[in-house]
Design a protein around this ligand. Sequence first.
Ligand code: KG4
Ligand code: ZN
Length: 344
Amino acid sequence: MPRLILTIESTCDETAAAVVAEDLTVRASVVASQDELHQRFSGVVPEIAARAHVQRILPVIDETLRRAGVSLAELDAIAVANTPGLAGSLLVGVVAAKTLALATGKPLLAINHLYAHIYACRMAAGREIFPCVGLVVSGGHSSLYRCAGPVDFIYLGGTIDDAAGEAFDKVAHMLGLPYPGGPAIARAAERGNSRAHAFPRALLFERERLDYSFSGLKTAVRYAIAGPGRPDFSAVTLTGQQVADLAASFQAAVVDILVAKAILAVERTGLKRLCVGGGVAANRALRALLAAETEARSIDLVIAPPELCTDNAVMGAIAFERLRAGQFESLDLDAVPGLVRHAS
Ligand code: KG4
Ligand code: ZN
């Protein structure tokens, strides 16, 4: 009988839990999305997210155990994503996990949420993915890592301002599209002309840098809507085709930059594999360009399947790597909201 871990995820606006086995089979996975709570604000409101986690965390854990058909006593460890994320959101998961660990006497394991996004590729690939370059593109982060092994990540570069997903969400708001913006922009872009607007691709030609910047792109979209130098777009009414063209041109700019730097990271490190995870990795245009550019260079590409791109607890199976390495946490485990850039 393989060992079993309960994994808990509450870093942003999804309350999730899973029971995963050491052979990486998923016994149960529950994700309670808060999208409908944040929709009218066009972005995640941290206080609302934290409060919703408090209400949902126990029902989500109960339902996960019920679906898995296992009791707390049958678990080998409790794991929780404690970094990075929203402070109030992270705390809910951390307190729940510590309480369960204390009550059951089971070992406690920490999960780095960004590393878990890369581990979603390992779950889906069904084969070893390390060493690789890891690209995490989510609502809160856009980061490149040299991943020597599952608990051995070195930060290579990332966004110096907005995350790619955040840019999708903000631009969607400007275009009058719903939250979360990524899927809405992708849908609108299907009817649009990606060459209608020549949006900037920041840092694209700075080949010594593995960094991203999306805030200038956001401003360029704003001016394209309201007119040069005019930040207020609220009175502007766009036609469906204008929205589609803006969405397609914006998406093409984001995708170009993400792919170019990821390829550069692979070339710089001399590694032969690129693994991509995080909510934005669900984007079909991004997946298509990644596939084309890696194929042209004989780079092995693994992208997490769409259902494991957005936040979930299944990818928390990375905790087995810590279990095997004996890296247990004490009940002092804290939530660490900020991005830790050095190796784990
Ligand atoms: O990984 P995730 O679920 O949460 C964080 O850890 O942040 O990522 C959420 C982000 C949101 O910004 C959402 O707009 C974006 O992922 N996203 C997408 C797509 N699906 C979700 N962005 C572009 N295209 C998509 N299809
Ligand atoms: Zn995430």
